[in-house]
Design a protein around this ligand. Sequence first.
Ligand SMILES: [Zn+2]
Length: 260
Amino acid sequence: MSDLVSQLTSLAIAAGDPSADLTIVAEGNAAVFEPSTNRFLVKASGVVMGKATIEDWVYLDLAKCAQVLVDANKQGVSKKLDKAFDAILKESKTPNGVVKKASIETMVHVVAFDLMGATWSLHTHPTPVVALAASKDGAKHYKATVFPDEAVVCGPVPLFLPYADPGLSLGLGVYQGVLKYQKKHERSPGQIILGNHGLCTFGSASSEALSTTQIAVKAARVRLGALSAGGIKFVGKREAASIAYRPDEILRRKMLSQGK
Ligand SMILES: [Zn+2]
């Protein structure tokens, strides 16, 4: 079994640990890109993260999935594109050739690999993040960062997106949100908050995707605490950017991305 499959399985088990409160039942998913074949492995539909095995991952072709997003971006989501997307999900196979349907949230990972240059992608539903993302001022709570490590590890500005139906609409929302963010900030977001839904983090090592999730969850708890203590006072945008781009912090991020 390939190293990627075992690393991905370990990531899912860590993310699905009940004590981490990131996912329960069949919530959440993880994916890894294999540049040499332009394919990625993603969780099969219905698999419980904490109980994932090496048989629970299916391969999909990145270019084929990205084309559906490009078409949806041009024409909007249609029945025809929904069908094309569903067909791609249904025909996916495990590395051993067993057909299993890929997760309906697959497109979130396609955006990470196709637009953001990530090789690891983790999507979870942590209770504190979903609580904020389901609050009426969710976007406001995520307009900036709340402590220095959030700015360093998750990036100086979070990306908050409104609710979208799981499936192609969710993928299109993330695709368009990331394009807009990249144009505005000249970098990719480190944490994406999906309105009334959950969290997406990325990396070039599985440990980077997981540790970014852990800091994002801590930052969500801090926001909730600050709201109960009278309101959030954000780190200033200039201060957040300056710490995120400090040479020693860039080095620390690089070490995280190498799995150290
Ligand atoms: Zn989800």
